[in-house]
Design a protein around this ligand. Structure first.
Ligand code: UDP
Length: 358
């Protein structure tokens, strides 16, 4: 494939490096690295305050967007004054003729609405399943006109949309050299993610209390009252909040865990933290729901548990000695390297460019 000039427009819910953007922050970085390794050029446009190493970055000021997952199905489309989302797309409009493809990482109405108004091809990486009617309708409108323009992270995520056949399943990819295999864990479990209701942290806390094993928690506290309610409701659970760490430190700490618990209440589109755990040799115990159910190989790289079953989690914790940590690392290497994702990205982007030119 001949080298492409790519412009990435990041999520408007937080600066890259803040953690507020959730998995999108690391996903964007990994996608940029995998494409640059294949000789494509990448420039990233992101909210002011963003931090990116060795990838050209344009910082755009403006007010952040409210996260989409905290609203109901009939939520209206809203934008704050001096919207960073609007500002990033104004910038994209001005420079569009310097690029072959604009890659949108925002789960927001505006970039989808703008797609037919741009001369440059726009590809959308959708980071969540169906959440609101207004977004679904706009996504469907884009698919009708640009059938190849949407990629997702898992089949389960695609299933939440009426246009599931049109979704390119990109999955995800990671720089596995950044994650060290740890064969000798300490006596605790891990939970990693944004602390917000859809991530279901309280189930993990209930399970470790029953199982009698400590839990270490890493991630941004996005919803303070939710976090306080968990602390109040489980006063005897041995939990320790360890803050939000950069990847290098996170992987080191995560590697010391017996297993990662994933207890999402929503359809997790992918679950970056599952791969990060496997890459360190850490088995994953997850509900059989959403992306993690496509990542975890039951009985081989972890255990899949009936959704919302605390007893199921406790039973899986008791069976952790049956999982070989080296197998977990090998699985991440085979399926989720940057190289493997780079190949998938080229297939998708080629389709986007071809269909725009035809
Ligand atoms: N993360 C991090 N440091 C932490 C905790 C989490 O960098 O201390 C990152 C983690 O690497 C992952 C992201 O937060 O990329 C969470 O993404 P995931 O896909 O698991 O869930 P999302 O937040 O997108 O729902």
């Amino acid at each position: 494939m001949s080298p492409l000039k790519l412009l990435f427009i990041s999520t408007p819910v937080g600066a890259i490096g803040s953690g507020l953007g959730g998995g999108v922050e690391l996903t964007l970085t990994n996608i940029a690295r995998s494409l640059m390794a294949l000789n494509h050029s990448v420039t990233v446009v992101a909210p002011e305050g963003s931090v990116l190493e060795e990838i050209p970055l344009i910082q755009i000021p403006g007010n952040l967007q409210i996260t989409a997952q905290s609203q109901g199905r009939d939520a209206l489309i809203t934008l704050p004054a001096n919207s960073v989302l609007g500002n990033m797309w104004s910038y994209a409009r001005q420079v569009q003729h310097d690029y072959d493809v604009i890659l949108n990482f925002a789960y927001d109405w505006l970039p989808f609405y703008l797609t037919p108004f741009f001369d440059c091809a726009i590809a959308h990486l959708v980071s969540m399943g169906s959440l609101t009617d207004a977004m679904d309708q706009m996504l469907e409108q884009v698919v009708a006109q640009f059938p190849t323009s949407i990629a997702v992270h898992s089949l389960a995520q695609a299933e939440t949309f009426r246009f599931k056949e049109n979704c390119f399943n990109l999955q995800n990819g990671f720089d596995l050299a950044q994650y060290q295999f740890n064969p000798t864990p300490k006596n605790h479990l891990a939970w990693v993610g944004r602390i917000a209701p859809e991530k279901g942290l309280e189930d993990a806390v209930a399970a470790i209390e029953k199982a009698g094993i400590p839990l270490k928690i890493w991630g941004v506290i996005q919803d303070g009252s939710y976090w306080r309610s968990i602390q109040m409701n489980y006063p005897n659970a041995e939990i320790e909040y360890c803050g939000f760490l950069p990847t290098q430190e996170l992987q080191q700490a995560l590697g010391e865990s017996q297993a990662l618990l994933m207890t999402p209440h929503w359809i997790e589109a992918f679950g970056n933290v599952a791969i990060e755990a496997l890459a360190c040799g850490v088995p994953v115990i997850s509900y059989r729901r959403g992306g993690p159910a496509e990542i975890v190989k039951d009985g081989k790289t972890g255990w899949l548990v009936e959704p919302d079953s605390i007893d199921g989690l406790v039973a899986a914790i008791a069976k952790l000695n049956q999982i070989d940590r080296a197998t977990c690392r090998q699985d991440a290497e085979q399926e989720y390297s940057l190289r493997a994702m780079g190949k998938r990205l080229e297939i998708w982007l080629d389709r986007v460019v071809q269909s725009r030119n035809s």
